[in-house]
Design a protein around this ligand. Structure first.
Ligand SMILES: Cc1ncc(C[n+]2csc(CCOP(=O)(O)OP(=O)(O)O)c2C)c(N)n1
Ligand SMILES: [Mg+2]
Length: 658
């Protein structure tokens, strides 16, 4: 039975009231979007979306992503009405320190929030990743019950961001029929009407990218219902519903203006709006009809969940092996001796770390079921393909590697969506110099503590002939500036195995990997050395009695440090070498370990990138040997000579700064 117009209206107006009251009380926030999308959201949440606060992690639930995170009060109002642990007091605490209702939705802070949104476009990219994940999980374990839907709301801003173009193109190409996007087509952004900056035909754009597109009046419940029904019945195309809405709907003087986008309405206008909407004057009012409508939806969803669980039991009984594999996947199992097995897979022969990583990944895919990979059209260089895993395509949903196309922005956001969805540990690769295209998703993965792996190869000037456009200089330093990100730059096969072991077992955040294009030298590990030491972030590679100097180096420059140390030793300056594949992990070690590793001699660092960050270890910039200017186009050997990265030049720089 469909709800009456009156009940739907009362519910949507309750949401409008909660949004404007919370923003007014906080004296900060965005009432316009929640008020404009309240009608669409009411139909979606009470008639279509599968949710249950009784089991917020229910694998059969639909995912709801509010891409325009500034409209957070819409999501918080819906979660409150749906019975998630979010009280009226929580709504009254909107935007306050340690509240469950931060300014933008934050994953992990509020039950029911499926991803952190706010940087426009990211949520849409996450939703594409979640839709891929649902298809992948269903196909891998041959269980259609897992092919859940993803609903995402986007605004003009999300769709203006280039990321949405990339992600939509891939979603259309992959024919993600389980993805439904609701466009809040209100024609308003912060500065005014959208015609200030765009004349795009969004429907035509999405159609050209392979989407099914509908247009509805976003305030007509019946039309929204019909469109959603068609979208969920629709075949294998992703679905866009352009909902014509009025921002700040209900506000007599501010609706359909940019004033209502991101400021409180003001006490008088709130009062006038309540009169216009037929709401009582009291703050944070919840109409009984809204409670009843959501209670009915909760009951319907309880039934849906019950049947789903019964079907899951039948599936388990019928397909015991698949069920076991699925449980192992969901439990994120990894063998105890993962590091040893990966080290063996890397092999003892020195090579480029990108190639060693390619070896490691093949073994990793066998041992960690959630590991999936992909590249932004650079796999022949980055070597991240899972060779025996097949490709995820519109035809083969079980494939474990993705062709992202040349879409780094989307790849980053999709990796996060994959990681958020269930138990995938996704890796995506490109060149280090293009890491900036993925900076926002890396930052969000770090904020959300996601197990995503961002693989970057061609990690220094030693790219050579391609020249300064392709030679990273500042990238390691800027990545290390992101809180909670672990930046690994391994120096050989064993360290590469350690890096991957850490990447796929870390529970509280992502890892970026910096790997070389060029071949590396064999490192003089002491007998009995274990790659576990690399997992402490830094360790003594070459110890020397009566050392005057310690050179701390990463990745490719560790071999160079060893050579320079030999020269320095012959010149009266006995030198130790510390390999430091992950600075962040090293800083987390206890003081005693750190002091032991760094020793008591003069500490120098050596890394082909901006050196400033290393002052933390050396205390002096002139003891941080790095690269502060752009590189140049020439054979790598010539560049090493030119920019001072040869053993004689490094040892001369050390002596000069002693
Ligand atoms: C990447 C990014 N750039 C800029 C902003 C700041 N910002 C927040 S909302 C907004 C306008 C969004 O317009 P729209 O999506 O149409 O939302 P509406 O005004 O309709 O609520 C901007 C520019 C942001 N959050 N993210
Ligand atoms: Mg808008």
């Amino acid at each position: 039975m469909t709800a009456s117009q009156q009940d739907l209206t009362a519910t949507a107006n309750t949401i409008r009231g909660l949004a404007m009251d919370a923003v007014q009380k906080a004296d900060s926030g965005h009432p316009g979007m929640p008020m404009g999308m309240a009608d669409v959201a009411t139909v979606l949440w009470t008639e279509f979306l599968r949710w249950t606060p009784k089991d917020p992690q229910w694998p059969g639930r639909d995912r709801f992503v509010l891409s325009g995170g500034h409209g957070s009060m819409l999501l918080y109002s819906l979660l409150h009405l749906a019975g998630y642990p979010l009280s009226i007091d929580d709504l009254k605490n909107f935007r306050q320190l340690h509240s469950k209702t931060p300014g933008h939705p934050e994953y992990g802070e509020t039950v029911g929030v499926e991803t952190t949104t706010g940087p426009l476009g990211q949520g849409f990219g996450n939703a594409v990743g979640m839709a891929i994940a649902a298809q992948m999980e269903a196909a891998r374990f041959q269980n259609p019950l897992l092919r859940t839907r993803v609903f995402v709301t986007v605004g003009d801003g999300d769709l203006m961001e280039g990321l949405s173009y990339e992600a939509a193109a891939l979603a259309g190409h992959l024919r993600l029929g389980n993805l439904v996007c609701l466009f809040d087509d209100n024609g308003i952004t912060i500065e005014g009407h959208t015609d200030l900056a765009t004349s795009e035909d969004i429907g035509a754009r999405f159609r050209s990218q392979g989407w099914a597109v509908q247009h509805v009046d976003g305030h007509d419940f019946a039309a929204v219902r019909k469109a959603l029904a068609a979208a969920v019945a629709g075949g294998d195309q992703p679905q866009l519903i352009c909902c014509k809405t009025t921002i700040g709907k209900g506000s007599p003087h501010k609706a359909n203006t940019h004033e209502v986008h991101g400021s409180p309405l003001g006490k008088e206008e709130v009062a006038a709006t309540k009169v216009a909407l037929g709401l009582p004057p009291q703050d944070f009012f919840v109409d009984e009809r809204a409670r009843a409508l959501f209670a009915a939806a909760a009951q319907r969803n309880d039934g849906v969940q019950k049947r789903w669980l019964q079907d899951l039991d039948s599936w388990r009984a019928k397909f015991a092996d698949q069920a076991k594999a699925w449980d192992a996947f969901r439990a994120r199992t990894a063998p105890q001796d993962l590091l040893e097995q990966l080290t063996a897979a890397a092999g003892a022969e020195p090579a480029a770390t990108r190639a060693l990583s390619g070896n490691v990944i093949q073994k990793l895919a066998e041992l960690v079921p959630g590991f999936v990979s992909g590249s932004a059209d650079l796999d022949p260089s980055t070597k991240t393909c899972i060779k025996k895993g097949g490709y995820f395509t519109a035809e083969d949903r079980a494939g474990r590697t993705l062709h992202y196309g040349i879409r780094e922005h989307a790849m980053g956001a999709i990796l996060n969506g994959l990681a958020l969805h269930s138990a995938f540990v996704p890796a995506g690769s490109t060149f280090l110099v293009f890491a900036d295209y993925m900076r926002t998703p890396i930052r969000l993965a770090s904020l959300m503590k996601l197990p995503a792996v961002f693989v970057f190869t061609h990690d220094s000037l030693m790219v050579g002939e391609d020249g300064p456009t392709h030679e990273p200089v500042e990238h390691l330093a800027t990545l290390r500036a992101i809180p909670n990100l672990h930046v690994f730059r391994p120096a050989d096969g064993a360290e590469t195995a350690a890096a991957w072991t850490h990447a796929v077992t870390r529970k509280d955040g992502p890892v970026t990997m910096a790997l070389t294009r060029q071949n590396l030298a064999k490192l003089p590990h002491a007998a009995g050395w274990s790659p576990r030491e690399a997992m402490r972030g830094g360790y003594v590679l070459v110890d020397t009695p009566n050392a005057k100097v310690t050179i701390v180096a990463t990745g490719a420059e560790v071999g160079l440090a060893v050579e320079a140390a030999t020269l320095l030793g012959g010149q009266g300056a006995p030198t130790r070498v510390v390999s430091m594949p992950c600075f962040e992990l090293f800083l987390q070690q206890d003081q005693a370990y750190r002091s032991k590793v760094l020793g008591t001699s003069a500490v120098f660092t050596l890394e082909m990138g901006r050196p400033e960050g290393w002052c933390q270890l050396t205390g002096r910039l002139d003891r941080c040997i790095g690269q502060s200017t752009f590189g140049a186009s020439a054979p790598a050997k010539v560049l090493a000579e030119h920019f001072g990265f040869t053993a004689p030049k490094v040892s001369a720089r050390v002596k000069a700064a002693l």
